[in-house]
Design a binder for this molecule. Sequence first.
Ligand code: CO8
Length: 258
Amino acid sequence: MADYETILVEQRGGVTLVTLNRPQALNALNSQVLADLIAAFAAFDADPSQGCAVLTGSAKAFAAGADIKEMQSQGFADMYASNFFAGWEQVTRTRKPIIAAVAGYALGGGCEVAMMCDFILAADTAKFGQPEIKLAVSPGMGGSQRLTHAVGKAKAMEMVLTGRMMDAVEAERAGLVSRIIPAAELVEEAVKTAATIAAMAPLAVLANKEMVNAAFETGLAMGVQFERRLFHGLFGTADQSEGMAAFVEKRAGTWTGK
Ligand code: CO8
């Protein structure tokens, strides 16, 4: 497996576990982290033995934001010309699912990257926030949009205007995270959840992820149409014949990814 500077990558069966590893900066996201993550997720997407990924950080911080020290000396011209942060959208183009397993701080860019993943599992220690306004800037990696989609305008507006953090209980109640898990079991439970997904028929996993995402990117009529087309398309796969035959014959299905 490739060597990365700022992340650790290991395969656990069909699950790729990616751990942010800049403990000295609470996993602040700099350009090296971006390059490492893009390479790791591209390798994960291209590896047919891998079905689902987990992105996690440390017990103290998933990630405490974009690297303020890297951005400090940048001016408008540098940021605009380099389209700073645009590379992060690449993470959302990963076709297989990525679960964010968040313990401790997920602030600014850290919260934004967690929200780029397909769903968030939160440790009971998790804290989510968009505190950029305190630095006289704003979310820049999609946070103002994805947080608003996830928790609604009232909470999103309060969080981005005040920089207030949300704990795990509030985040679950608001719909930002799918479940809360005791911190000591977070990674193990996230890998187990990812293994459940990795054991599904691979084409069905891609199609199901794509259609849920369409709910955020299109209107209802287009989204339902998109779902229907993908649903029809899955009836062209060998795994659909196998899955339905296995059900009728009361046995487990075995998938070819065809
Ligand atoms: N960037 C760089 N270094 C960081 C960051 C960060 N975001 N967060 C923490 N660190 C560093 C600290 O500087 C410190 O380093 P050192 O030991 O060298 O001084 C080390 O990590 C440990 O941090 P603390 O000593 O502060 O740890 P505490 O436990 O006291 O506090 C906090 C933890 C509350 C998380 C605190 O570190 C903090 O407030 N961090 C900053 C949080 C923040 O503001 N994040 C948002 C950053 S901006 C962003 O993400 C998106 C900007 C979008 C701009 C769009 C432009 C296009």
